[in-house]
Ligand binder design. Structure first.
Ligand code: NAD
Length: 260
């Protein structure tokens, strides 16, 4: 058990990548907080983990809402005694060329990815500093933390921004034993990606099959999607790594897209 008795707050954990991380962390002995906009689904994921013998709590949290973030992290502390790990994962996508993007769409995406990362980081860091037992903050970035794609200006901008926040947390957190790193996945078949395949096909005027082959997987070394399990394995590695030797880094898990 690589995370025995560690407490992990995972945002956006009612679905996709966050859900897989939550289930796997629980199997590795962590007590997990499923924090998501969708409380009903978060509670269902928590219940599933409890049924499998793990410890979990579902919390309704809009990561862009300061009060909900503060209250959600307090619930985690009250239930499990503190926070050791934050997985800042909640995310959305917008598909549009810059000239068609509304300011509201731009601001919403920035808020979920960047305001959400800041608010959850601040709330968890305070507890990590107070407890004096260190901690690990992991941001779910993207290949779009390293590369750009057309139609995704706010997403590319926000995902690059997470690397800046991570590096700052790594510098400020070091003396408290708090590490920060970014995982940058390639395309993973989750609801977030399934929704954008028809949107991209329509905007680019190509078929959905062409979006998968010629847009999403074109730059991979083997034409394969990354899986939630691949991302989870990287998250486990960062979460269980127990010294400041590994901090301020970003790891691309993408079948070779965005080689550094
Ligand atoms: P998903 O749509 O399956 O899950 C996202 C979850 O975030 C949902 O449960 C949703 O309710 C929640 N969420 C959305 N807005 C929220 C908010 N304001 N507050 C709290 N929760 C909120 O998506 P996913 O593919 O699992 O994406 C998870 C993360 O991984 C995102 O940050 C995404 O950008 C990143 N990512 C995904 C891929 C991919 O190909 N799927 C690739 C790279 C990075």
């Amino acid at each position: 058990m690589r995370l025995k008795n560690k407490v992990a707050v995972i945002t956006g954990a009612a679905s996709g990548i966050g859900k897989d991380i939550a289930e796997s962390f629980a199997k590795e002995g962590a007590k997990v907080i499923i924090a998501d906009l969708n409380l009903q689904q978060a509670a269902a994921v928590a219940q599933l983990i409890i049924t499998q013998g793990g410890q979990a709590l579902g919390v309704g949290m809009d990561v862009t809402n300061e009060q909900q973030v503060e209250e959600g992290v307090q619930k985690a502390i009250a239930a499990f005694g503190g926070v050791d790990i934050l997985i800042s994962n909640a995310g959305i996508q917008t598909i549009a060329p810059i000239v068609d993007l509304t300011y509201a769409e731009w601001k919403k995406l920035m808020a979920v990815h960047l305001d959400g990362a800041f608010l959850t980081t601040r709330a968890c860091l305070k507890n990590m500093y107070q407890r004096g037992q260190g901690g690990s903050i992991i941001y779910i970035g993207s290949i779009h933390s390293k590369e750009a794609s057309q139609l995704k200006a706010p997403y590319v901008t926000a995902k690059h921004g997470l690397i800046g926040l991570c590096k700052t947390v790594a510098k400020e957190g070091a003396k408290y034993g708090v590490r920060a790193n970014v995982i940058c996945p390639g395309f993973v078949r989750t609801p977030l990606v399934d929704k954008q395949i028809p949107e991209q096909a329509k905007t680019l005027g190509i078929s959905e099959k062409e979006v998968i082959q010629n847009v999403m997987l074109k730059e991979t070394v083997d034409g394969e999607f990354t899986t939630t399990a691949d991302v989870t394995e990287a998250a486990l590695f960062f979460a269980a790594f127990n010294s400041n030797a590994l901090t301020g880094q970003s790891l691309v898990v993408s079948h070779g897209v965005a080689m550094q």
